[in-house]
Design a protein around this ligand. Structure first.
Ligand code: NAP
Length: 242
């Protein structure tokens, strides 16, 4: 029996857990940070909450006799990925990073790429006055100093934000490009702020910005940890068979 720990919190991680459901000789534990309310329905065992850093994760790997780790966390969840790399190295457990392919610019795209949220906030006033801000709740504060800008902020739930002029729109992906276009038009958006997350679920706003001729302030991904990586679930399944 191979015991696989999936570090999750993404649709890809959920897809992987489902793909491994019923595969003989494989037992899956999915791990979630616990940022969202409720536990998603996933096959196999699900554990929720931090491990207590790399040391805690290494301990978990030993205590649970984990054979392999698939880091299927979000490309911007840099801390857990670094900790997984460290813990797996320490516990001598093979680890694979499932990293969804990055979006590629297409003709008509007007991307301004920056490294980090502070750089995005600094670059924003030169690009527009009414921004569609699609970063995580923990990253909104970085835009507090971007004065003179109205923010349309999409969040999973309504929340008070440290911004001078904003409106929250709630929603959870996947987001359709036509609906994104209507939302941007209705709010007279002139710039979109996005993480370079990749994946289909949040691509609608990128396609919509292209259609409307709007610039996208694209925050580059943090560098992933060194080591093996896969771009698709099939590649992960192949790695687990090997
Ligand atoms: P992060 O900054 O990399 O991690 C912060 C801490 O959260 C980690 O040190 C760890 O706590 C805990 N943690 C994160 N993922 C975990 C997991 N799968 N299982 C157990 N503990 C986990 O992560 P984040 O950016 O806050 O994201 C949190 C979760 O939301 C991730 O699992 C990620 O896949 C998902 N997510 C993130 C984004 C994003 O844009 N960042 C978007 C969609 C989904 P300890 O140090 O105590 O172990």
């Amino acid at each position: 029996m191979t015991r696989v720990l999936i570090l999750g919190g993404t649709a890809d991680a959920a897809r992987l857990a489902r793909a491994l459901d019923g595969v003989s000789g494989v037992e899956v534990i999915s791990s979630l940070a616990g940022r969202t309310e409720g536990i998603p329905h996933l096959p196999g065992r699900v554990r929720v909450g931090g491990f207590g850093g790399a040391e805690g994760l290494a301990r978990f790997l030993r205590d649970e006799a984990i054979d392999r780790v698939v880091d299927a966390t979000h490309p911007f969840a840099a801390r857990i990925s670094a900790q997984a790399a460290q813990a797996c190295a320490q516990a001598a457990i093979p680890r694979l990073l499932l990293l969804r392919p990055a979006w590629q610019p297409e003709p008509g795209d007007r991307w301004v790429e920056v490294d980090g949220f502070a750089a995005a906030a600094a670059a924003l006033p030169a690009l527009g006055r009414r921004a569609f801000l699609t970063v995580g709740i923990g990253e909104v504060a970085a835009f507090a100093e971007a004065h003179g800008i109205h923010f349309l902020v999409r969040l999973i739930a309504e929340q008070k934000l440290p911004l001078a002029d904003y409106r929250v729109v709630t929603g959870k992906g996947p987001f359709d490009a036509d609906a994104e276009q209507s939302l941007m038009r209705a709010n007279a958006i002139d710039v979109v702020v996005s993480k370079a997350s990749g994946g289909a679920a949040t691509y609608g706003k990128i396609a919509a910005a292209r259609a409307l001729g709007l610039p996208v302030l694209m925050i580059r991904r943090p560098p992933p940890p060194e080591g093996l990586s896969a771009g698709t679930i099939d590649e992960v399944l192949e790695w687990l068979r090997g």
